[in-house]
Design a protein around this ligand. Sequence first.
Ligand code: ATP
Ligand code: MG
Length: 468
Amino acid sequence: MTALWTSDEVNKALSPIAVTAPFAAEGVTFDSRAVGKGDLFFALSGETTDGHGFVADALARGAAAAIVSRDVAGARGTLIRVPDTMKALVDLGRAGRRRSKARIASITGSVGKTSTKDALREMLSAQASTSASVASYNNHVGVPISLARLPREARYGVFEIGMNHPGEIEPLARQVEAHVGVITNVGAVHIGHMGSEEAIADEKGCLFAGMAEGAVAVLNRDNRHYERLAGHARRFGVSRVVGFGRSEVAEARLLACDLQDSGSDVVALIDGRRIEYRLGAAGEHWALNSVAALAVVGALGADVVKASVTLAGVKASPGRGARRMLKFGAGAIELLDESYNANPVSVRAMLAVLARTEPKAGGRRMLVLGDMRELGEGADAYHASLAGAVTASGAAQVFLCGPHMQALWHQLAPTQRGVHRPDSASLAGEVAAALRAGDVVAVKGSLGSKMKIVVDAIVAASDGEAGH
Ligand SMILES: Nc1ncnc2c1ncn2[C@@H]1O[C@H](COP(=O)(O)OP(=O)(O)OP(=O)(O)O)[C@@H](O)[C@H]1O
Ligand SMILES: [Mg+2]
């Protein structure tokens, strides 16, 4: 098999200042800690660190070559000198995209990008060779790196595109040139930087810039910004818009979703065909992600029914809704780990899951929430407005931390209140001490709220995994 990148191809794509000795690269990275043998290492300059400081180390660890913009003392190996390493990465990503014959999907949305992307990877790779972005590699570095990693023989490519600020999506979408673009939903996420939900919708709508011929847009029919997004799709010349959701006019429709202990039984209508499948992750939001993903599968030209069977193996990952049964006292507790991130949309989705999760005999629903970040001036109001959903979740006791969660604390009935603490470190021990056998405990907060500390304290207080 031909290497991911030959030196001839790299020289052609980057037009380096001096052409180097021949090499063959099997991977592309900018993280010196992750460099494997045969990788191309890009020395990028970040806000705090300059990748040039790690070039010697990357080469010593077996990198095939390093892309640099200046001399590096003590580097033994192949250096490819370019004026701007970030631009060179974008150029290589574009070259990767241009040579590919794969059918390409791009994903953005306020929540559910990685969940949907991972489901698509599972479904498509069961049918043909598929390459997808790693983790949440969705920004100005993650997207071109992911494109540069697209193997020449891949039949499908799936790329996550994200944003924190206006203007970020369009250039990334133009690099990806997708055949199918999906926007999972639009909500008040990063609203502190964006101003309004409408501004967020307009930014997400840029996903359809520069798409390939005959492009398809997959949009959330239940979202109140649907028409606005469809307008953007048309403005960018998309040929077909497919709606997904509960709505009766959605082409990809969620008909029923039965939450089970370790997943959901889903009935959906995709392109006029009724499909029943098991989904390895629990919750209506996951079911909706799966319906969106199946619509993408269909639009890419892959087999939808075959793909739906694969969904049984799709599980929520740690921090994104993974469930764990832990031995505790004379019984067990169920831990719902949502510690990876939080915003008003995903907290409500989690609370709906908690409401439908039955505690075991003698147990209660316990809720632990940390601050949702990046909500701007309206942050306190967004936190306070969760009160109704918290009550509807059936949580017997609510533990909160972070300055904004104070606003929610004031809305809770005294009987619901556990404690409120300034941060997760001071809350963790009290949560662990309050639990008893039979409880279901859900933990959620923005990454910056460090709710993993609470998750770790609960695990430490237990007697280990109990299995489902
Ligand atoms: N459709 C959805 N609606 C509401 N919440 C969702 C949905 N899909 C996933 N979530 C929840 O949102 C959180 C983040 O999910 P995920 O990592 O898939 O989102 P993301 O958009 O990739 O986030 P990021 O911007 O951090 O990359 C998880 O807690 C997950 O359970
Ligand atoms: Mg993500």
